[in-house]
Ligand binder design. Sequence first.
Ligand SMILES: [Ca+2]
Length: 442
Amino acid sequence: MKLLLYLVLLKTALLTLTDVFAVVLEDEEDATEGKVTETCPIKLKTNRKCEEGEDCPYQINLPPMTMQLPKEFRLLEKTLKEVQTLKEAVNKLKKCCQDGKLQADDNQERDSSNEFLLPNADTPAENSKIQDNRVKELQSKVNRMATSLKNAKNQIQTLQGRLEKMSLINMNNVEHYVDSKVANLTFVVNSLDNKCSSKCPAMQPSPVIQIMQRDCADYYTAGRRSNGIYRISPDPRNGSFEVYCDMQTHGGGWTVLQRRQDGSTNFNRTWNDYKNGFGNLSREFWLGNDKIHLLTKSQEMQLRIELEDFNGIREYAKYEHFYVANEYLKYRLSVHGYSGTAGDALHYSKRYNHDQKFFTTPDKDNDRYPSGNCGAYYSSGWWFDACLSANLNGKYYHNKYKGVRNGIFWGTWHGMSDGIPSGYRQAFKSVKIMIRPKSFVQ
Ligand SMILES: [Ca+2]
């Protein structure tokens, strides 16, 4: 009874299923092929003869069934085929890689086997050929690198050797060396000390080294107030020399570079005379270009020129900056920052300007006059242009004079440029050129 019920239920279920399919297929436009028949072909029976009362298994035989699947299933099949093809390709490549790796290993190649992966190679034969070339290329690269490494290694070894040598004179060693030397010296000094403990002349206290004054201003600052000759040392490396100091004019402390007052000294001199200086410091003199250079080099100097004519007129010219270069630079003059009453004859005009000019003497032409030597023509040593608007080293005339203007000359002096109608040229009674540090405090 129970069994019968089950069978009925199963048959109903199957029929319903078939109907569903039939409905589905009827909805499809291309469902003419393999049309399902209305009669049910399903057979239900026992698989063998069954005794009465025995529980025998039943079997169901279903007819062959065609099912229409969605289009995507075809794509799936295609995809599967493609996957298969890809799998084969991958395997092929894998084999190629392994072959390449083996080859590389044979060549003791240590580079990454990825180098041999050539996805574009069509056949294994071509692939291996290209790989061969690559291997050779890489091998030569490796050989080259090995050579470079070998060279580098040699260089490193050489440097290491040098370093080892250098370490012998490293700071510790130097310190040690100095220490040992100091110890030796200490020993020697001590032994000498013992020898000289009584009356050793070498051990007498040496006289205190007097600090040398650099110029007259230093003497003035030290309290000296009288005019006269003092020994100075503008640059200790160049020794010391005597100068005339003017301690009274305009606050004092002036180092005098040149003096004219009576014509007792001839100023028509050679390069060497002007270089070293000449004359009498107490009367008329030129201090010397080397000394003037040292003085102006050691400190920033100001310049003062004092002039007096035979009419008793006194004037002065002051320059805030004054510098004379060394002999190598032909004692080139740098002068600027004028103030005073005598006029700026050193910068008379564009044509006559003594600033930045070289020193010229009758025997050494450094002037800007191309046709001759201004020093020879005007009988003096001076920073000639081409040629002059000032020359304080000219000939000393005791009175007005005629002819070549080779006397002491200051182009901005009263009536100088106008000329004297009688044809006479004016002379100067006294000249004083002196310097003092710009920093000088009175
Ligand atoms: Ca010349």
